[in-house]
Design a protein around this ligand. Structure first.
Ligand code: NAP
Length: 282
């Protein structure tokens, strides 16, 4: 039996802890990937570490963050590190997977027992894959390069619950587990679903990488930069190989119920733009 007071939560910004977290009984500490001493203090006295991958998209910095956490776990004599990797294949050339593969290698060589949890693609993040589409920007043709995929989408809440249950339940020592959704949805099918939900005719086009870069150049943030776009295009090469289509029953078995369908998250995400739904939904 585990209770909340068995859990230490290491936050970069403890002031951002939610009231629910603070009242739950977990102990909140400060841990910064860039400050090894803070990680020593954050991990002191703990025996299992869930290392949630760093949000940095810069490869070197991201891997350095993970290495710092694994080194600190070793100093703190943590008995098992659970690492949230990503669902691409072990030999993937997808740029976004490379920091995860480097981290997996480092963790395997660390001497600490590990469980690598390759998390499926978040349903909530679908616009990243669906050509950066936004219901409010009025684009009716969504352009992606190479492939319209097939992705075993999974929502963050199911991943969180499944991960917690796997950590509590034990097992999977020195194993790599895939936590995928229970079925795949292609980008073409997303175009159909969005069209139905909004009463618009959103079409998916699979074009060349150059077309994809041209379509997005100059848009806000990294997605408007050629270097980012060329790297992100490797995601679609991986999808062409079927890397994100793999369905594993482990997550559904771990939570002990059906996983939330992709369509539910899609509807919720579109409802966030309430006025758009009202404007377009028929
Ligand atoms: N599977 C997928 O499809 C998918 C999609 C997107 C992202 N991801 C990965 O999953 C991770 C979690 O995603 P998320 O959406 O939960 O991200 P998120 O909400 O942005 O969480 C990132 C966390 O990193 C913390 N952080 C930032 N800088 C830090 C530092 N220097 N030291 C320690 N902690 C630091 C932040 O702490 P504060 O809150 O205290 O600032 C925040 O809690 C991401 O970081 C990314 O690697 C996966």
């Amino acid at each position: 039996m585990h209770i909340a007071s068995d859990i230490v939560v290491s936050l970069y910004n403890p002031a951002g802890a939610t009231p629910g977290m603070l009242s739950s009984g977990v102990e909140v500490r400060h841990g910064d990937y860039n400050d090894p001493a803070s990680l020593d203090a954050a991990f002191a006295g703990t025996d299992r570490l869930l290392l949630v991958s760093s949000p940095s998209i810069a490869h070197t910095q991201r891997v350095a963050h993970h290495m710092a956490a694994i080194d600190a776990a070793k100093r703190a004599a943590v008995k098992r590190v659970y690492y949230t990797s990503l669902a691409f294949a072990s030999d993937s050339r997808a740029a976004v997977m490379q920091a995860h593969l480097d981290t997996e290698r480092y963790l395997k060589g660390s001497g600490i027992a590990y469980t690598i949890l390759r998390e499926g693609i978040y349903s909530e993040s679908y616009p990243l894959y669906f050509g950066f589409w936004s219901a409010t920007e009025g684009e009716d043709e969504v352009l992606v390069p190479h492939s319209d995929g097939g992705i075993a989408w999974v929502c963050r809440e199911d991943l969180g619950e499944g991960t917690a249950k796997i950590m509590v339940g034990g097992g999977y020592e020195n194993e790599t587990c895939l936590l995928s959704g229970s079925r795949t949805v292609t980008l073409g099918q997303i175009a159909e679903k969005v069209s139905q939900l909004l009463g618009r005719n959103i079409k998916l086009a699979v074009g060349s990488e150059d077309d994809y870069v041209q379509r997005n150049l100059g848009k806000n943030g990294p997605r408007g930069e050629e270097e980012f776009l060329r790297k992100w295009a490797t995601t679609y090469k991986a999808m062409e190989r079927g890397e994100l289509e793999v369905v594993d029953p482990l997550l559904e078995e771990s939570v002990g119920r059906s996983l939330k369908p992709f369509e539910h998250t899609l509807k919720e995400t579109l409802s966030i733009h309430g006025s758009v739904m009202e404007q377009y939904a028929k």
